[in-house]
Design a protein around this ligand. Structure first.
Ligand SMILES: NC(=O)c1ccc[n+]([C@@H]2O[C@H](COP(=O)([O-])OP(=O)(O)OC[C@H]3O[C@@H](n4cnc5c(N)ncnc54)[C@H](OP(=O)(O)O)[C@@H]3O)[C@@H](O)[C@H]2O)c1
Length: 272
């Protein structure tokens, strides 16, 4: 990918995982800078990936072609304000913060920015992330291409046409690892109730989840309903279990849960 000078403002978990993915995919470490108020995280990043580090956000942003805002949403305004003096002409700003709209980001920076919102999820930490991306209308195609490749360093990407689509990404991917964990927890609990010890119950569920995810991944042309039907013999045990889930409105429950996530994301947009 294009080796632009990139500065990560905030050197937390998400920055660490993106930097790890970038360096592993051949991005030049001398093109990457990370900033953070506390030095310990910077030293660790420098030692692990040989990137540039500094506690000076403005200096890092000034020297960069791409600025990734990777601080907590509640800190975004106070971190963006000192950066207002920078000339953003030709620079790309990427925000990975949840709940801060393009409009609010433009206000915080007091500049018309080439701006892309990215919503990653936690499996990005393992290089298996799913990120949603939305670009402000003035952002050039070359910046969109770059941002897409950036996030592909830690997983897969999906662009949305409307900014509200970012909240739908939160519901379908950002928050979704927790839905799967909950489902796995429920299976583990019932396996324990039927007599397995905790470790064995965990092994049963984790290996099954991994196997099921791999089957989905390795059969991209087979839709999910068909995959389910293929492992559900008529009159068999799986058919009975699936019928019970359907009768108890598993689909309705999931739809309500996802809608709740969207509603919460909309509420959060009003907070920052
Ligand atoms: N983790 C995820 O799965 C995930 C998913 C989607 C979106 N996001 C978003 O990604 C952003 C970062 O999340 P994260 O999980 O990486 O959080 P994190 O681990 O808490 O990282 C945030 C970093 O920002 C640093 N920071 C605080 N004040 C700063 C300042 N003035 N200048 C520069 N850096 C500053 C913090 O430093 P100290 O700790 O030393 O104070 C911390 O290292 C958040 O906005 C979050 O909403 C995260």
């Amino acid at each position: 990918m294009e080796q632009r000078k990139i500065a990560f403002i905030g050197a937390g978990n998400m920055t660490r995982s993106i930097v790890a993915g970038l360096v592993a995919s051949g991005y030049r470490p001398d093109c990457i800078t990370a900033t953070n108020p506390s030095e310990a995280k910077l030293v660790a990043l420098q030692q692990a990936y040989d990137i540039q580090v500094t506690t000076n956000n403005t200096e890092a942003a000034q020297q960069a072609d791409v600025i990734v805002m990777a601080v907590k949403p509640q800190l975004m305004e106070q971190v963006a304000k000192p950066l207002q003096s920078i000339d953003f002409q030709g620079k790309l700003v990427i925000s990975i913060a949840a709940g801060i709209s393009i409009e609010r980001l433009q206000q915080m920076f007091a500049n018309p920015l080439n701006l892309i919102r990215v919503m990653p999820n936690t499996p990005s930490l393992l290089g298996e992330g799913m990120s949603g991306l939305f670009a402000s209308p003035i952002t050039p195609v070359s910046d969109k291409t770059y941002a897409g490749e950036l996030m592909q360093a830690v997983g897969k990407v999906c662009w949305v046409e409307q900014e509200s689509g970012i909240n739908d990404i939160i519901a379908a991917a950002g928050s979704a690892p927790a839905y799967f964990f909950l489902f796995m927890e429920a299976i583990q609990q019932q396996a324990i109730a039927s007599g397995f010890d905790e470790d064995t119950a965990r092994l049963l569920v984790q290996q099954t989840a991994l196997g099921a995810a791999k089957m989905v991944n390795e059969n991209p042309d087979t839709d999910l309903a068909t995959l389910r039907q293929q492992v559900t013999s008529k009159g068999g045990t799986t058919a009975e279990a699936v019928r019970t889930l359907e009768e108890n409105d598993i689909r309705g429950i999931v739809a309500k849960a996802m809608q709740s996530a969207v509603t919460r994301a909309e509420e959060m947009e009003k907070l920052f």
